[in-house]
Design a protein around this ligand. Structure first.
Ligand SMILES: *Cc1c(COP(=O)(O)O)cnc(C)c1O
Length: 366
């Protein structure tokens, strides 16, 4: 019985060819060539003016938050159900994440709860498009505008997702992406910061280059303390190949989700929604068993393990982690995670492997 991983990258001769070329020739005056190409191609895919390749999404978010002026004592609002990487950079800057409840259907920020959490110290809202699901961007932008806050998109899980024709990550003050090995497009490790804002980009161009502002002609002259979160040319070479195949990569994720949804449609559970106006990139097919239905998540995960299938728990409420204060009032978040888990999804997952996963799910959700 072959192991079914929860994700793995799709690597072809194209990636191997570019990476080999970068290793052989991508040095000296060509040491930034693939980086520039990758940023350009990604920028065009997304329909944005500026893109800066980084070593991770976490680094991109750290740098972006610093660029918009988040600092000590500030508050940044985000959804309680999330990966730690969206919260950690807030703390690096001496600011505090404020965890608000999520919507029961999209598992993303509840706009009414966001508005209620705003204080004089609030600086920004981070809209994380969870598992490919898209946040209610119209409601969040309206709130951000009325309160003079920056709306930021963490689109690490939302490549291929869009909101009324605009790609996830392209709408906020800035957007960040991850190219970690588990993501829809990968460079092994890596990330990208994108923005439409000329002034913010100018600032980031300096910050991302150890504080050497653009146009500074003096050699080795940092004008301020910046960051060092650059992507290497080798990683960017892999990224160039992946971005050439981006439609294929996204289509595979969507096809896999549809195959799961079709097989599980009669069960008392919901999966990633795709409401009118939204396209879901379906990074991670997720089941949430209906409230009131008997379901032992650990038993399902144990059965997956026996069957050589990687099951993955839904994100814990961040506020339930030991380094934060619990917010039990986030009843949706605290009510969701124990009923939910992610199903394997990678580009060459076969129909019979999907059948195998669904067969196990059916034994535990009735
Ligand atoms: C994967 C992920 C990140 C972190 O990406 P890295 O490239 O590993 O830093 C951040 N936010 C979300 C929502 C993610 O899923």
């Amino acid at each position: 019985m072959s192991r079914i991983y929860y994700t793995k990258p799709s690597i072809t001769e194209l990636e191997v060819g570019y990476a080999t070329d970068a290793a052989r020739h991508g040095w000296g005056e060509r040491c930034y060539e693939y980086i520039g190409r990758f940023e350009n191609a990604f920028r065009q895919h997304l329909g944005v003016k500026h893109a800066i390749a980084t070593s991770s999404c976490t680094g991109a978010l750290h740098m972006g938050l610093a660029a918009i002026g988040v600092g000590a004592g500030d508050e940044v609002i985000m959804g309680d159900i999330n990966w730690i990487a969206s919260a950690a950079p807030i703390t690096y800057l001496g600011a505090s994440p404020v965890f608000v409840d999520v919507l029961p259907d999209s598992w993303c920020l509840d706009p009414a709860k966001v508005e209620a959490a705003i204080t004089p110290r609030t600086k920004a809202i981070i809209a994380v498009h969870l598992y490919g699901n898209v946040c209610d961007m119209a409601a969040l932008q309206d709130i951000a505008d009325r309160h003079g806050l920056a709306l930021i998109e963490d689109a690490a899980e939302a490549l291929g997702s869009s909101w009324h024709g605009q790609r996830a990550g392209s709408m906020g003050a800035f957007g960040v992406f991850s190219f970690h090995g588990t993501k829809t497009l990968t460079t092994g490790e890596g990330g990208m910061l994108v923005t439409q804002d000329e002034k913010l980009f100018e600032k980031l161009a300096g910050l991302s280059n150890h504080g050497r502002v653009r146009g500074q002609s003096r050699q080795f002259w940092p004008d301020l303390i910046g960051f060092k979160y650059k992507m290497s040319n080798l990683q960017a070479a892999v990224g160039c190949a992946q971005v050439e195949r981006i439609d294929e990569l996204i289509e595979a994720k969507r096809r896999i989700f549809d195959a799961y949804a079709e097989r599980l449609q009669d069960l008392p559970l919901t999966m990633n929604p795709q409401p009118a106006g939204v396209v879901n990139g379906y990074w991670m097919p997720t089941i949430v068993v209906n409230e009131g239905v008997e379901f032992d998540r650990q038993a399902l995960l144990d059965a997956f393990a026996t069957e050589q299938i990687d099951g993955r728990v839904f994100f814990w409420p961040l506020s339930s982690l030991p380094m934060f204060q619990p917010v039990p009032g986030n009843t949706v978040s605290y009510g969701l995670y124990a009923r939910a888990c992610n199903l394997p999804s990678y580009h060459d997952l076969t129909t019979s492997e999907i059948d195998r996963v669904c067969g196990v799910v059916r034994r535990f959700v009735k």
